[in-house]
Write a protein that binds this ligand. Structure first.
Ligand code: BGC
Length: 758
């Protein structure tokens, strides 16, 4: 075993000191002057975030008497209200009616696009295209700010390794390295270089922290994990977002080490501010302060005091801060200085946005028409969607289809608009989305298409009722299941090829969308089995907000194109790929399990002391009796209409010194019949170290375009930090010794080299 050398500790401490130093910003004189004028009540008012109904904006009434509260200086920000005029009115209430005229933060959940809805984040991540992801965030900011929003509750960067958890849809999947790159791209897209610009908004990294690791994949559930696992596997994307300059952080619902995140001082102060140097503001999640009562942490006054003392600055909706903090100050449970500090951070954010100079800067009534739902934005939505699709199987190269084919287009999602946008798209309008049927007609007008629904998404009306809370997602037809099926089989009989659009309705994933059975619902499985029996070539266009269990379907003679929930341009993008105008290039960013019993299953698991044998079964090994250990589809997996071959892998050096980077080169050739893109992936294995290493873990990737027949040499550079991990003392170190590198088109890559770190 390697020893931890003191020089690494010293370097680690130096790095830590510089990070903290580099990020702390100067006090803002205007904010300091304002704070001096403020009463305790006015400061507490700034810590209150409400979502209006009635007075200021139409919509669901959640917070009461919002208008009066703004006028009396009891509101620091609003969310759930939009439109330049409404925002102007809201700002006027604050600016013209309160003693100090402090403008409001205007928040929103712009998770994957504002009105131009992009694919769900798990889909976007499957593009492995950082420039594209950044561009989608930039467009989201352009549109949202045109509608008055200055503060976004995104990116959601929770690492998720349990596809039962519905909110896996909202993030970038299982891997901290990829997740960190995406976190950075999104923050840069939302905030860009200049927060005072009219088309940028504050990014909020959420949900801090570990929300994606809730036990059993049940939403809002407990999390519990060791510090080393946290630091190495779950915290990196939050840190990457903060290092990229995210101005705001949202605390999560779950507890961490037994203390809910919203009241967890270790999390919100020791780690976030003292260790990482974050100096923006922290907002709670929706009533997460109040929920600490149910967690068993005390009454509203106690949990509010706990939260502000822990480092939480703003209370979302719950009004615990508003109604109890003054009393806590009087009773000596919270100091006024603590409240001043929280208020300072919120005022600084407003200052950085330029709201003090011009509170109405996001209230230009000409902007929505100019900036929202433009053709250019929709073109990016189409590009993002088609790049997010993952070809899981292409039986007999059925895909792409000829544009003049005779097609039976069937399935409950084939002519749906309500399910195209995906979860957490509250600002999008499903009726503006392009259904798959319409997309097919747009892209292949010569094709002869017969549509039949074939099945309901689910026949279980009790289940449908739960899914339909936000509107009709699972529409159970009046017609009997047998009647629906008969129509589809008839269409199939008369067609050259069958395309079945099947999978999950949008609200079958997302917040409060956890499931214990993550296979395709029975009604649709039945349809698929019957279609297979027709003997016609069958393409499944599969929609979902999570990895599904499709073990049965992978064994059938079918092709499968995974399209997630593709967003506003759904049908056009699906048709682009199905008819070959775009060659699919997406790769999975979370492993797809064979069965629910395998969960969690992810590429960077550890070897254990008794690894399963690769060939014959042996007793007393780390394995199941009834299932292999490997997932059905590995992280990084995805096919193309063409094929790629990996040639020579070479390292610039076989030995490097601490602090040096290492160039890795590989030849990749397009050996098939189509031009196409490949995501070249690099995995690292630290052979021996002071904490058991993962068998391999992603440390580099590049998406390359290759014309048919073309070979390119791809260079991936391992930076010094890529060799580091958080050791038992939570120092970020690289330990000398041997490292193995695997390069290829998914996490099972076999091309291998090794080097030594001195
Ligand atoms: C979600 C957050 C969201 C907030 C405000 C909560 O329920 O967990 O992700 O930002 O609501 O809408």
């Amino acid at each position: 075993m390697k020893s931890i050398r003191s020089r690494f500790l010293i370097i680690g401490l130096l790095c830590l000191a510089t990070t903290v130093f580099a990020q702390k910003r100067q006090a803002i004189p205007e904010v300091e002057a304002l704070l001096k004028k403020m009463t305790l009540e006015e400061k507490i008012g700034q810590l209150n975030l409400l979502t209006p109904g009635g007075g200021v904006a139409t919509g669901s009434v959640v917070s009461k008497n919002v208008e009066d509260k703004i006028k009396s200086g009891n509101v620091g920000g609003l969310f759930g209200v939009a439109g330049p005029e409404k925002i102007r009115q809201a700002q006027e209430l604050a600016v013209k009616n309160t003693r100090l005229g402090i403008p409001l933060l205007i928040g929103s959940d712009v998770i994957h696009g504002y009105k131009t809805t992009f694919p769900i984040p798990l889909g976007l991540s499957s593009s492995w295209d950082m420039e594209l992801i950044k561009k989608t965030a930039q467009i989201a900011a352009q549109e949202a700010t045109a509608d008055g929003i200055n503060w976004n509750f995104s990116p959601m960067v929770d690492i998720a390794r349990d596809p039962r958890w519905g909110r896996i849809a909202e993030g970038a999947g299982e891997d901290p390295y990829l997740g960190s790159q995406i976190a950075k791209a999104m923050v840069q897209g939302y905030q860009q270089e200049d927060l005072t610009a009219e088309n940028t908004m504050i990014a909020t990294v959420k949900h801090f922290a570990l929300y994606g690791a809730s036990e059993g994949g049940r939403d809002y559930n407990t999390t519990d994990m060791s510090r080393v696992k946290m630091f190495n596997e779950y915290l990196p994307p939050y840190k990457a977002a903060i290092d990229a300059g995210a101005e705001s952080v949202m605390s999560s619902f779950n507890d961490v080490d037994g203390v809910p995140a919203s009241g967890n001082k270790w999390l919100l102060t020791t780690l976030l501010r003292d260790r990482w140097g974050f100096d923006g503001f922290v907002v709670s999640d929706y009533t997460s302060v109040n929920e600490m009562i149910a967690h068993g942490m005390g009454d509203l006054q106690a949990v509010s005091a706990l939260s502000i003392n822990a480092g939480l600055d703003m209370d979302m909706v719950g009004e615990g801060f508003l109604t109890t903090l003054k009393k806590s100050v009087e009773e000596g449970k919270v100091t006024e200085e603590t409240i001043t500090q929280a208020c300072r951070r919120i005022l600084e954010a407003k200052y950085r946005l330029g709201l003090f100079q011009d509170p109405y800067k996001y209230s230009d009534s000409k902007r929505p028409q100019r900036d929202i739902l433009t053709d250019a934005n929709k073109a990016i939505a189409r590009e993002a969607a088609r790049k997010s699709f993952v070809l899981l199987k292409n039986e007999n190269n059925t895909l792409p289809l000829a544009k003049n084919a005779k097609i039976a287009l069937v399935g409950p999602l084939a002519d749906s608009k309500n399910n195209m946008l995906g979860t957490w798209a509250p600002t999008g309008n499903p009726q503006l989305s392009v259904s798959i049927l319409t997309g097919f007609k747009n892209v292949a007008p010569q094709a002869e298409i017969t549509y039949a629904k074939g099945a309901n998404i689910s026949n279980d009306s009790a289940f449908a009722k739960k899914v339909n809370v936000f509107g009709p997602r699972i529409e159970i037809s009046e017609e009997s299941p047998e009647g629906l099926l008969a129509e589809a089989l008839l269409a199939a009989k008369n067609a050259d090829v069958v395309v079945a659009v099947v999978g999950e309705a949008t609200e079958m994933s997302g917040e409060a969308g956890s499931r214990t059975d993550i296979s395709i619902p029975d009604s649709q499985k039945h349809l698929i089995r019957q279609l297979v029996k027709t003997g016609k070539p069958l393409v499944l266009v599969l929609m979902s907000g999570r990895p599904l269990v499709i073990t049965e379907e992978m064994d059938l003679p079918v092709s499968i194109l995974q399209v997630w929930h593709p967003g506003i341009e759904a049908g056009n993008a699906v048709a682009d790929v199905v008819f070959g105008d775009y060659n699919p290039s997406g790769k999975l960013t979370a492993s797809w399990p064979r069965n629910v019993g395998q969960i969690p299953v992810y590429h960077s698991m550890k070897n254990t002391g008794r690894p399963a044998p690769s060939a014959e079964f042996e007793k007393f090994k780390s394995q199941y009796l009834d299932s292999p250990n490997a997932p059905l589809l590995p992280f990084g997996y995805g096919l193309s209409y063409t094929s790629f071959e990996y040639g020579k892998l070479s390292l610039a050096k076989k030995e490097i010194n601490s602090g040096e980077s290492l160039e890795v080169q590989v030849d990749v050739t397009n050996t098939g019949d189509h031009d196409g893109e490949e995501v070249v992936q690099l995995y690292l294995h630290d052979v021996v170290r002071s904490l058991t290493p993962p068998v391999r873990t992603l440390k580099g990737f590049e998406k390359v375009f290759l014309k048919k027949g073309e070979t390119k040499t791809v260079t991936l550079t391992l930076e010094p930090d890529d060799l580091k991990f958080y050791d038992g003392a939570l120092d970020f170190v690289a330990e000398p010794g041997e490292f193995e590198i695997f390069v290829g088109g998914n996490s099972n890559a076999t091309l291998k080299e090794a080097f030594t770190l001195n």
